[in-house]
Design a protein. Sequence first.
Length: 290
Amino acid sequence: MKKSILVVGGTDGIGKAVALGMAAEGYSVTVIGRSRPKGEQVLNLLRTLYPEGSHHFLAADVSRLGSLPPLVAGIQSLGQAYEVILHSADVLKTAREETAEGLEVCIATNFYARVLLNALLVEQGESPPKRVIHVAAAGFPPGKAFRRNFPIPKTASSFRGHGIGQIANDFYGLYCAGQWRSRNVKVNILNPGIVDTDIRRNSSFPKWFMRLEPVIGFLMRPITQTPEQYARIVTAIALGSNPAADSAVLINARGKPITPSRYLLDEQTQQYVVGAAREEINATLHGEVI
Ligand SMILES: NC(=O)c1ccc[n+]([C@@H]2O[C@H](COP(=O)([O-])OP(=O)(O)OC[C@H]3O[C@@H](n4cnc5c(N)ncnc54)[C@H](OP(=O)(O)O)[C@@H]3O)[C@@H](O)[C@H]2O)c1
């Protein structure tokens, strides 16, 4: 059987570019995303360009935590043993938006969904992957207020939820690296720097900011990567051909290790973040699922 990768948030942006990059390396690819038209288009590309792989698309809104156990059953029914799981699903909102389950939508997408999917696929799954990769914003300074803001207050804006979710990925990744070592599962939390995707253009920033966005994009061009350029860095990590990513958890936009701050390495805070996330997830699911 061919090696396979599961790309959560693979219908667009970085996830889509990595999905195509991994298929070019001979992997079978399963893509998850909300949009059926975008998902069908990626699936078409995968099947046309790389017909030797066994490629799939499953439509799902991962911010709805209740939909994740059935999604995992659907993933498992495809019969693939995923060598790599890549989390790239995220949305960027400003004013507070909530999921139908009452969670702030950004942190539900970029953190809680990842924790729950990993619990079901890696910790409770029969054939855990060799590597789990989160595309987030690794190394963003947590600041002293982080712990007061996690779990985020019920009135927090989605912009705050987004940032706190990104930082929580770092604590969680460093915690999992220790927990998953005995199961030979590596974990990397990535900071892509600036990649030219639609995440900001699809966001809900004020009109004045959106008018300025093309100008900001132009000024940032010298430090901006295309999704395909950045996907080469992620693909090297996924294939195990970036030795830095075998020893470091946090990885920067050029594929180099980021030294975690002392605060990020604090085991009590790591445990606190993971414990609080599990409580929030179980409360949302009305049971002890993880
Ligand atoms: N681009 C950058 O400059 C940059 C910088 C720093 C960090 N990052 C991080 O990199 C990651 C990828 O971002 P990107 O720039 O590639 O974003 P993007 O182009 O907007 O892609 C996001 C992907 O996530 C999927 N998605 C969003 N919400 C979902 C949901 N509820 N359920 C399932 N899938 C969902 C989207 O597909 P559907 O619309 O089909 O659901 C899409 O495939 C994010 O974690 C982001 O924070 C990006």
